[in-house]
Design a protein around this ligand. Structure first.
Ligand SMILES: Cc1cc2nc3c(=O)[nH]c(=O)nc-3n(C[C@H](O)[C@H](O)[C@H](O)COP(=O)(O)O)c2cc1C
Length: 311
C-alpha cells in the first residue's frame, strides 16, 4: 500500500493555454502546486523540419517552476523517442504521455483519447521511451475508459511499469459532462495494489480546493491529486486564500505583464488566451464585473493593460 502522508502531492493539470509559462509565474506568487505540468506538446510539431519553433513556447520553463513534468501527445513511437531525446537538456522532472484528450482535432488523428484501447501503439511508445533509460519518471494521463470504466485498459497500463498513472475519472464519451467517478479511481488504486505496487496513482476530476484534495486523497487512497479547471476560476486555489479586490486587480495586471514579456519572446503564443482567466480574477463586485466586460472587448494586450486601474 502506498502512503505519502508527509507529501501532499498536489499537481497542476496540463491544460492548453492555461498551464502556460505566464500563468505558472502567477502561481509562484499566489501559491503553487507541488508539481507543475506543461501544456501538451505535439511530438510531430516538436520534431518537425521547422525545428519545433512554433511549439517551443510550450516547453519554456523557469527553474522556480520545478518540479515540472512535460506532457507529449502523438502516436508515433519514433517521434516520442526523438522528442524525449531533444527535451533532455530542458531539465524536466518527468515525461507524461497524453492518453486522454477528447478534443476532435486530436482524436481524429488517432491521438489522445483515441489511443485508449490501442494496446500495440501505446505499448510501443512506452517501451521505446523506457529503452532510452533517460532516468526520468515516465507517466501516462488517461481517462477511465471510452464508454465505461475499462478495467482491461487500466490493467494494461499498470503492467507497463510506469512511475505514475494520472486518472481523470471520466469516460471519453463524457468529455466534460457529468461528474468525475472517484469510485472508479479507487478501483484503479485497488488494481494497482495487485498489479504494480510501485506505480503511483494520481486522481483527477472536479477538485475545487486543496482541502477537498486532501480529503479525496485519504478517502480514495490515491497518491496524489491533480487540479485543473478550478485554477481558472480561482487562481488562489493552491493557497486557499480569498483575495481582496485590490489583490485581484494587481494579480491580473501582473499576469498580463508576464504574458506581454512572454509573447514578445515567443510571437507564436497568442496573448488572448489570458481572457480565460478574466472571470477568475474579476468577480464578486460590480466594479470588477464591469472592468471584466470592458476587457473582453479589447483587441490588444497593450490596450488591455492600459485599461487596468492602478491601485
Ligand atoms: C482548457 C483545457 C485544456 C486542457 N488541456 C489538456 C492537455 O493539454 N493535456 C491533458 O492531459 N489534459 C488537458 N485537459 C484536461 C485537464 O488536464 C483535466 O484532466 C480535466 O480538466 C479534469 O480535471 P478538472 O476537473 O480538475 O478540470 C485540459 C482541460 C481544459 C479545461
Amino acid at each position: 500500500m502506498h502512503s505519502n502522508t508527509k507529501e501532499q502531492n498536489i499537481y497542476l493539470a496540463p491544460m492548453e493555454d492555461v498551464s502556460d509559462f505566464p500563468f505558472r509565474q502567477v502561481l509562484l506568487k499566489l501559491g503553487k502546486p507541488d508539481v507543475f505540468f506543461t501544456e501538451f506538446v505535439n511530438v510531430n510539431g516538436f520534431t518537425s523540419k521547422k525545428g519545433g519553433s512554433h511549439v517551443l513556447h510550450r516547453l519554456e520553463k523557469a527553474q522556480e517552476q520545478e518540479p515540472i513534468v512535460v506532457q507529449f501527445w502523438g502516436n508515433n513511437p519514433e517521434k516520442f523517442v526523438e522528442s524525449a531525446k531533444k527535451v533532455k537538456e530542458f531539465n524536466f522532472q518527468g515525461i507524461d504521455i497524453n492518453l486522454g484528450c477528447p478534443v476532435k482535432k486530436v482524436m481524429k488523428v488517432g491521438c489522445g483519447s483515441a489511443l485508449i484501447g490501442n494496446y500495440d501503439v501505446v505499448g510501443e511508445i512506452v517501451k521505446s521511451l523506457q529503452d532510452l533509460s533517460l532516468d526520468l519518471p515516465l507517466s501516462v494521463k488517461t481517462r477511465i475508459g471510452v464508454e465505461r470504466f475499462d478495467e482491461q485498459w487500466i490493467a494494461f497500463l499498470l503492467r507497463l511499469n510506469l512511475d505514475s498513472v494520472f486518472v481523470h475519472g471520466r469516460t471519453v464519451k463524457q468529455i466534460f459532462s457529468g461528474n468525475a467517478d472517484w469510485d472508479a479511481i479507487a478501483e484503479v488504486v485497488k488494481l494497482r495494489d495487485v498489479l504494480s505496487p510501485g506505480t503511483k496513482i494520481i486522481g483527477n476530476g472536479d477538485i475545487k480546493s486543496v482541502k477537498q484534495a486532501m480529503e479525496f486523497k485519504e478517502k480514495y487512497c490515491v497518491d496524489g491529486v491533480m487540479i485543473g479547471r478550478e485554477v481558472m476560476k480561482n487562481p488562489w486555489v493552491f493557497s486557499g486564500r480569498i483575495p481582496e479586490k485590490k489583490e485581484r486587480i494587481e494579480t491580473l495586471l501582473f499576469h498580463m505583464k508576464e504574458m506581454k514579456k512572454f509573447v514578445e519572446r515567443f510571437p507564436d503564443k497568442g496573448w488572448s488566451s489570458i481572457k480565460k482567466f478574466y472571470h477568475g480574477y474579476l468577480r464578486e463586485d460590480e466594479e470588477l464585473t464591469s472592468l471584466r466586460n470592458e476587457l473582453f472587448e479589447k483587441t490588444s494586450l497593450e490596450e488591455s493593460i492600459a485599461s487596468i486601474p492602478r491601485t
